[in-house]
Structure formats: C-alpha cells, structure tokens
Design a protein around this ligand. Structure first.
Ligand code: ATP
Ligand code: MG
Length: 202
C-alpha cells in the first residue's frame, strides 16, 4: 500500500475485521515498524531509526487514543494525563504541567475530575481523559483506534465533536480506524483498507 497523509488531514480507515486497520495505524504512529517498505515523516525516512529515536519522535509528534481507553487504574485523572509530560524530552516545570493539564481538563469537560480514579468515571469521561492524555504533548498527529467502539451513541458523538474541534483548532492531523459508520460524517477523507490494498472514497 502507498499512502500520503498531509498536514491537517482528517481521515477514517474502514475495512472488515482483520483487514489491517490497526496495523496500519500502528505503523503511522511509530508503534510498529514495517518488515519492508518505508515510512517518511516531513521528508525524512524514519523506519530505520534506532528504537530510542523512534520512541522520541513518537512521544513528540503522536497522540494515541484506544477503544479500551488504556488508562492506568491506580492513577488519578490528573496523573494519567501527566504521564506523557514526564516522558517528554523537553521537561515542563510542575506549575507549567499543572496549568497545561488544568486547561485540557477544562476543555474536555472534566473540570473537578482531576482527583478521580478511572473506575469512578463513565465510558465517555474515560475516553475524554484518554484524549487529554493524547493531547498533552501537543502532538501534530492524533491517532485513534476505534475511539467510539465502547461508547453509547451520545458519548460517541461528544468524543467525535471534541476530536473535530481539536482538528480545527490546531490543524492537528487526525487518523481514525473504525467500524462506526457515523465517523464518516466528521472526516475529510474516507479510506477502505482491504488486505493490503487501500481504496479512497472520492
Ligand atoms: N502481532 C501480530 N503478529 C502477526 N499477525 C498479526 C499481528 N497483529 C495483527 N496480526 C494480523 O494482521 C491482520 C490485520 O490485523 P489488524 O489488527 O490490523 O486488523 P484490523 O483491521 O484492525 O481488525 P479489527 O477491525 O478487528 O480491529 C490480521 O490477520 C491479524 O490477525
Ligand atoms: Mg483494529
């Protein structure tokens, strides 16, 4: 497959189960590496970089959201969102972290939830915490694997509205792998993944 993603694109991957949507997303997000072929980022070939450089670029450029949220259960909302900041190369001070996290939680409608633990939240709230965590390093690329898969209709709509707002505000590039037919209504490009082939809806 051959795919070019431009800055500011808002893409949904569709395709049957096992067609390779998550695999493709993990390549784009620098989680996995291709066994052949190449990935370039801003013109630079990156898939042959060392693990450290690969992880560094991932931390700086990419935010990830998952179907099952992947929050750390024994950390508070605040601590979950803080994790990527603690791993970032450019360290923020305690006060800078507090300010940034407070702004994000407010934006995502999670004011007052900073000391709550994940098991005290609804599915929609958990996914919004996961979005805050994905955004805290101000990534240029936001990737989401079935972000609405575990949510009821109204929480799914909230989450998609927030992702759309993030896409608009910062020209964040967004790529979503999904089975949810409603996501088509939000994105600019719809791409079907079929056993190694891609077909884009005109
Ligand atoms: N780590 C792995 N090692 C070997 N094969 C794998 C691995 N991960 C996924 N696969 C296989 O690669 C194919 C693509 O899987 P992938 O998870 O990308 O599909 P998907 O389109 O995301 O499916 P779904 O809609 O169910 O999430 C499947 O046949 C899967 O079994
Ligand atoms: Mg998948």
């Amino acid at each position: 497959m051959d795919l070019k993603i431009d800055k500011g694109d808002f893409i949904a991957f569709y395709g049957r189960s096992g067609s390779g949507k998550s695999t493709l997303l993990n390549m784009i997000g620098l989680v996995d590496r291709p066994t052949s072929g190449e990935i370039t980022l801003e013109g630079n070939k990156i898939n042959t970089l060392s693990d450290d450089k690969y992880a560094f670029i991932r931390n700086k450029y990419v935010g990830f959201i998952f179907q099952d949220f992947k929050l750390i259960e024994d950390m508070t909302v605040y601590e979950n969102v803080e994790v990527p900041l603690l791993f970032a190369k450019e360290k923020l001070s305690y006060m800078e972290r507090r300010t940034r996290i407070a702004e994000l939680l407010k934006k995502l409608g999670l004011e007052g939830k900073d000391t709550a633990f994940p098991d005290e939240l609804s599915g929609g709230q958990k996914q919004r915490v996961a979005i805050a965590r994905a955004l805290v390093n101000q990534p240029k690329l936001l990737l989401a694997d079935e972000p609405t898969g575990n949510l009821d209709k109204s929480s799914a709509e909230d989450v998609m509205k927030m992702i759309t707002q993030i896409h608009k505000e910062n020209e964040t590039t967004v790529v979503i792998a999904t089975h949810d037919p409603h996501i088509k209504e939000y994105v600019n490009r719809v791409i079907y993944v079929d056993e190694g082939f891609l077909r884009e809806e005109e």
